[in-house]
Design a binder for this molecule. Structure first.
Ligand code: SAM
Length: 280
């Protein structure tokens, strides 16, 4: 995230590349233990070593607290755990360290991030997936599915497709924890307190507050300056903002929405607690 009064993709690209090159040189001399290179950390929005590590730990804390609340005693002995959109394992690496789940799977469209995780984070299966379903899993079901900062970037069509797929991948009685941008995140973008290099600020400022039953999506602007920065993502990938009634009514067609925990992830994204829909 960067603040900018004028949006110049080429200048922004050059500045980011210069900063990345400097940081990569410094880091090559003293790479923090067990962390992916800065380039891969930046793709998940946490380029700094400390923010990557502490953000992953805090997200794991929030997810495990929500899972314990939803599943009770069952949360202490999870069979399968799936991280949808795991990147280079910022959160799933933390689950491995904590011994959460008997078998763990991370999937992501970023094949380079998956290759890094596979080489450096034993204790999970790391699978490259596609922008559209199905997942490369045959008949597997998971007690805990979580997804941090992925549905907050998918448009309505991609969300519906992935909600269908994840609903079919959730074990009976399991829980899916999916993070979204809610009112807090939209307000930060609207006010200009935060900005992204991927969207002109004008696209985010100046609109009214989010209606409770609204989903608002703004696609990222792809150009030759940022090509390759988000490998594998679908055409509609961008910023999405969810009102609570939209989640309950629309997501409720795919999964039972049990709770929405405001700002549960990094004080920034809301966490949607979902269960399988009863048959019928
Ligand atoms: C903001 S990053 C978050 C990564 C990770 N969950 C974390 O918290 O560190 C979003 C991730 O979603 C992945 N992604 C985007 N579209 C996807 C899709 N359709 N299926 C799986 N992963 C996807 C991206 O490659 C990226 O790694």
């Amino acid at each position: 995230m960067t603040g900018a009064s004028q949006w110049r993709p080429a200048a922004g690209w050059a500045r980011r590349r210069a900063l990345q090159a400097g940081a990569a040189l410094t880091e090559a001399r003293r790479r923090p233990d067990g962390l992916p290179p800065r380039r891969l950390r930046a793709r998940v929005g946490a380029p700094g070593a400390q923010e990557f590590a502490s953000g992953g730990a805090a997200a794991a804390d929030a997810l495990l607290a929500a899972a314990a609340e939803a599943l009770g005693e069952r949360s202490a002995a999870l069979a399968g755990v799936l991280d949808f959109g795991c990147g280079s394992g910022r959160v799933l690496g933390e689950m491995i360290r904590r011994g959460v789940g008997e078998h763990r799977v991370g999937v992501d469209v970023d094949a380079e991030a998956i290759a890094w995780a596979e080489a450096h984070l034993p204790g999970a299966r790391w699978l490259a997936s596609s922008a559209n379903p199905p997942l490369p899993l045959v008949g597997e079901r998971f007690d805990l599915i979580y997804s941090v900062s992925v549905f907050s970037h998918l448009d309505a069509v991609a969300q519906d497709a992935w909600l269908t797929e994840l609903a079919g991948t959730l074990a009976p009685g399991g829980v899916a924890l999916l993070s979204v941008h809610g009112a807090t995140a939209l307000e930060a973008f609207r006010s200009g307190a935060v900005a992204t290099a991927w969207c002109p600020p004008e696209a985010l400022r100046g609109r009214g507050p989010l209606a409770a039953d609204e989903l608002w999506s703004v696609p990222y602007v792809h150009s030759r300056w940022n090509r390759g920065d988000l490998p594998g993502v679908g055409a509609g990938y961008g910023l999405s903002f969810h009102g609570p009634e939209y989640l309950r009514a629309h997501w409720g067609r795919f999964l039972a929405v049990e709770a929405i925990l405001p700002r549960a992830i990094s004080g920034w994204q809301d966490l949607v607690v979902c269960r399988s829909r009863p048959p019928g």
